[in-house]
Design a protein around this ligand. Structure first.
Ligand code: ATP
Ligand code: MG
Length: 938
């Protein structure tokens, strides 16, 4: 090779090297540049932390102590009481990420999921908050700064929308915000638009805090429009297509919507913003859809591994749609179940069940007939477990719950399909070829079939669905839900100026104290003047109390409030914000505002204390015996008993229950001390204090520890829990402990009911009475009872066996008779009509006889009757060939049962009836024969 060609070769090699090197750099730089979802979430938090915002946790997705809301659907839910002025905020500015679920009530995006690129059931809402601190100017300026300067989104892609005003509500346009947009940001004035109430006035629910808002939308480019073929579609902000997506909503809370619809101004002003993390991640990762980001792709890839199908990221594609729905739903399920929801038939549980069923049904589209969704839980944990440690901790529980529900829906789905088939047959016969709204609603309501599924299945058969009727039935159901929500209306009319605070620290120290009446709540609301007389039923409000208001699973106290001449019996105690309400009745004399009273908690308080401390002991002990995966799911502490719900995949064995009881009793016998103290939340968390996922936001928490004296030694306590309840000061006071029931309440969740104190005494007394009574009845001393009963059971078994064989002998008689009937029966063509009375029989033997006759004759209509204990029994059986000819056992029985004064029914192949008049059996059989002849001769 010449020198020249060697040089050229070397030159070429060098060039190839540099090209590859250059490409690698581009790829590296590109990847390096692309922020991960985690970095984007942290970027938001850090940005506002730098602007003096306190970082606080989001609330659990299943709201605690707020029955008006099924799931957290926005960041503001947990701050509702602050906006209402009922409680003060610990900080003037906060920032957080909130787990949201929009599948029910006012915000429901379920039907959107999978069809578009940006609506999920579960999503993270990033938010910055001002509690009567900064207002519109800063909120707008900072949002713009973060999006355009920190994250580098070109200003020309962004649009702002402000509130255009509303005549019916008497609200003017939000000019202040409109002006600020052009003043404090670099947005082009033409890109500030005004929209009406639907888009730019934010309300959490039917009632409560609300206000105008400014939204920031992004233009993703004309190629993203998915409505090009929709006649009249105009591609613009709020037109519903995938080109314009809302990223961030800045809500300026300044009103409180009343139950009648009226808007009252709030005494202070608040900023509440919400930015959808998934949407921002898609923009910053330069992806056309949220599903293409690192928040969803790992889940989609796993679905692909399991099912063998490929995801191609196309909207409107059936298979891709199934991928998206499943990836969305598993995130929702993982978070909702972690936070304490469990599939069931009502409320929250029903919402979870529907999501799961929907995911399962879409799984069938990917050819999955066996449970598989539960296998996606670990991927969700990989994606989000660092930001939300709770899903990592509860992953096993979540998988167990999902797998068991998937398995049971496999069965329900098949049954639903059967019901659909029957409905479809009916529809085919109808004039308009429409599946009735009632059927669609039943499928939706009972079998978890979303309307779109019923419509889809209908279309395959050329049928429509009566959606108007369906909507009407849905509306009726919603109406019922709304009626249930109204109970909360009291909250909305009670604002800061109306409800006083009650000092209730004495509940931890004493059972009685002196106080003063501040007012009461009756049907019309809060009263702070005048008086109440004997018989009045109210919620009494005092300036100070030692009553414990229901919270954290512990029931509220009962007791007495009295003066020398009057008495108010307290039946229960609840808390509204910081106000303790003593619910009860004036039983003597009268009370007036300002009057001094004596407050005394009833004796149940002591039993409640015992049960509450025992509940803590029980939780600790369960973790010792079953392992750390035991997590509290709920509890109820009353005077009579305690109940503790916890995650555990299997029933406890007898040995485990014994061990738990022994360990609890051991601690009680050691008479260890119980200590409580208030400490900063993060310090308590560092100590490892157990908290039910469901504590409300607050910087300080009360911790109850067992095993040490004095708060300074809290770190040495063996049991430490976040708890606001009342407790005994030493374990010895509990005296005894017994588990009386261990049961399952839903998949993966067990419930223990246990007794202490007077409840336990009562139980033992009753048990001892039962033993005494048995002893007398069986004439056996108590220590020999077990032996005696064992022998009785054995004898009983022997006797049953004897009876059975005697029965079998007479059964063979029934068989002989039946065979005789077949031999002599009438025939029409090939069909045998076997009709007759059996002399002695049981229902089991008669059923066997019908089956035998059908098998033997091959083609037969059998009707048998017999008398049993003074009653008439009729059975009919028809072979399939005759059923096809329109002869049905169920029809025969329905026709002839009234003759013996009875009723019955069954399937076309087999049916039964009972009646009061055995004398008419022969008449009934004659009628049956006529019916059969008539049908078969046609
Ligand atoms: P859209 O009109 O797109 O449904 P929205 O008006 O219902 O949004 P808000 O209630 O203002 O949204 O919520 C605040 C932010 O939360 C939105 O700007 C958006 O980024 C995000 N968001 C709302 N709904 C969803 C959802 N279903 N899935 C993902 N993100 C959402
Ligand atoms: Mg919405």
């Amino acid at each position: 090779m010449s020198q020249e060609s060697r040089l050229i070769g070397a030159g070429l090699l060098a060039m190839i090297f540099w090209v590859i090197f250059g490409l690698c750099c581009v790829i590296l730089i590109f990847d390096f540049d692309m922020l991960s979802a985690e970095q984007i979430r942290n970027g938001f938090i850090d940005f506002f932390r730098d602007k003096a915002h306190e970082v606080v946790p989001g609330s659990p997705m299943v709201p605690v102590g707020d029955e008006t809301l099924l799931f957290a659907n926005a960041g503001m839910n947990q701050f509702k009481d602050i906006f209402l002025g009922l409680v003060a905020s610990d900080y003037p500015r906060v920032v957080n990420t909130q787990k949201c679920l929009r599948v029910s009530g006012k915000h429901n995006d379920l039907e959107e999921v999978g069809k578009d690129t940006s609506h999920h059931t579960f999503f993270e809402m990033l938010g910055n908050w001002s509690f009567d601190d900064y207002f519109k100017a800063e909120a707008i300026e900072w949002a713009w700064e973060l999006l355009t300067e920190v994250w580098g989104i070109e200003p020309d892609r962004l649009w702002a929308a402000v509130f255009a005003g509303d005549e019916a509500d008497g609200l003017p346009e939000d000019e202040e915000a409109a002006k600020l947009w052009t003043k404090v940001t670099s947005i082009h004035p033409e890109r500030v638009l005004a929209f009406g109430k639907k888009d730019n006035f934010w309300e959490m629910g039917e009632i409560g805090p609300c206000g105008p808002c400014s939204e920031i939308h992004i233009d993703l480019g004309p190629e993203m429009c998915d409505m090009k073929n929709v006649p009249g579609h105009k591609c613009e902000v709020n037109s519903g297509c995938a080109r314009y997506i809302e990223l961030w909503n800045l809500v300026f809370i300044q009103f409180n919507r009343q139950p009648g619809g009226e808007l009252l101004p709030l005494s202070a002003k608040y900023v509440d913003t919400g930015a959808g993390l998934e949407r921002i991640v898609a923009v910053l990762q330069n992806k056309p859809s949220n599903y293409d980001t690192d928040l969803f792709m790992p889940i989609i890839d796993r679905v692909s591994d399991i099912t063998g199908h490929k995801y191609t990221s196309r909207l409107g594609d059936k298979t891709d749609n199934a991928f998206r729905v499943i990836a969305d739903h598993i995130r929702a399920l993982t978070f909702a179940i972690t936070d304490g929801a469990a599939p069931s038939n009502e409320g929250r549980g029903y919402v979870i069940r529907r999501i799961l069923r929907r995911a399962s049904r879409f799984g069938r589209e990917l050819g999955m007939h066996e449970p598989f969704i539960y296998k996606l839980v670990p991927v969700v944990v990989d994606c989000l477990g660092d930001a939300f440690g709770e899903i990592r901790e509860r992953a096993d529980h979540v998988s167990t719950v999902i797998e068991s529900e998937e398995a049971s829906f496999g069965r329900t789905l098949d049954r639903g399909i059967e019901i659909f088939n029957t409905a479809a047959k009916r529809a085919k016969k109808s004039k308009d070829k429409i599946v009735s709204g009632e059927d669609a609603f039943q499928l939706y309501d009972t079998y978890g079939f979303p309307l779109d599924l019923t419509q889809l299945m209908g279309r395959e058969r050329g049928l429509k669905v009566d959606t108007a009727k369906f909507d009407e039935l849905m509306e009726a159901q919603r109406e019922r839900a709304r009626a249930a929500q109204k109970n909360d209306s009291l909250m909305a009319v009670l604002t800061d100026t109306e409800l006083p605070s009650t000092e209730d620290i004495q509940k931890y120290h004493t059972d009685s104290c002196d106080s003063k009446i501040l007012g009461w709540i009756d049907d019309d609301g809060f009263k702070n003047q005048g008086g109440i007389q004997t018989g009045a039923q109210v919620g009494l409000i005092l300036d100070e109390t030692c009553f414990y208001a229901e919270a954290g699973g512990q029931l509220g106290d009962s007791g007495l409030i009295e003066t020398d001449s009057a008495e108010f019996v307290v039946e229960g105690t609840t808390k509204i914000a910081n106000c303790v309400v003593h619910r009860g009745k004036v039983t003597r004399g009268s009370f007036a505002v300002g009057q001094e009273v004596k407050v005394t908690v009833g004796k149940d308080r002591n039993s409640i204390k015992k049960n509450h401390t025992a509940t803590h002991l029980l939780q600790w002990t369960l973790q010792q015996v079953l392992g750390k995966s035991v997590a509290q799911q709920g509890s109820l502490v009353g005077p009579g008993y305690l109940r503790f719900d916890f995650t555990c995949p299997k029933a406890l064995t007898g040995d485990q229950i014994k061990k738990v009881e022994e360990l609890v009793r051991e601690k009680i016998a050691a008479d260890l001390p119980v200590t409580s103290c208030i400490m900063p939340r993060d310090e308590a968390q560092k100590l490892g204090a157990m908290a039910l996922f469901g504590e409300k936001y607050g910087s300080e928490v009360r911790v109850v520890g067992i095993g040490v004296d004095g708060a300074e030694r809290m770190s040495e306590a063996f049991s430490r829990e976040f708890c606001g309840g009342t407790h005994v000061s030493r374990l010895g006071a509990i005296v005894g402990f017994k588990i009386i029931k261990e049961e399952s309440i839903s998949a993966g969740v067990r419930r223990i009911t246990a007794l202490t104190g007077p409840g336990l005494n009562e139980y033992l007394e009753k048990a001892s009475d039962i033993v005494d009574e048995l002893s007398t009845i069986l004439k056996t001393p108590s220590e020999a009872l077990v032996d005696r009963v064992g022998r009785l059971i054995k004898d009983n078994k022997k006797l049953s066996k004897k009876l059975k064989s005697a029965g079998a002998a007479s059964g063979s008689d029934a068989m002989t008779q039946a065979r005789g009937l077949l031999r002599d029966c009438e025939k029409i063509g090939e069909a045998h009509i076997v009709i007759g009375v059996l002399s002695a029989s049981s229902i089991e033997q008669a059923r066997e006889a019908v089956d035998m006759l059908k098998k033997k004759a091959k083609s037969a209509a059998v009707v048998l009757g017999f008398e049993d204990d003074g009653k008439a029994v009729l059975l009919a059986g028809v072979t399939d060939d005759l059923v096809k000819r329109g002869l049905k056992a169920g029809d025969i029985v329905k026709e002839i049962a009234p003759i013996v004064d009875g009723g019955g029914g069954g399937r076309p192949q087999m049916a039964e009836a009972g009646g009061k008049n055995p004398k008419k059996i022969n008449d009934a059989l004659t009628k049956a024969a006529e019916m059969i002849r008539e049908k078969l001769n046609v």
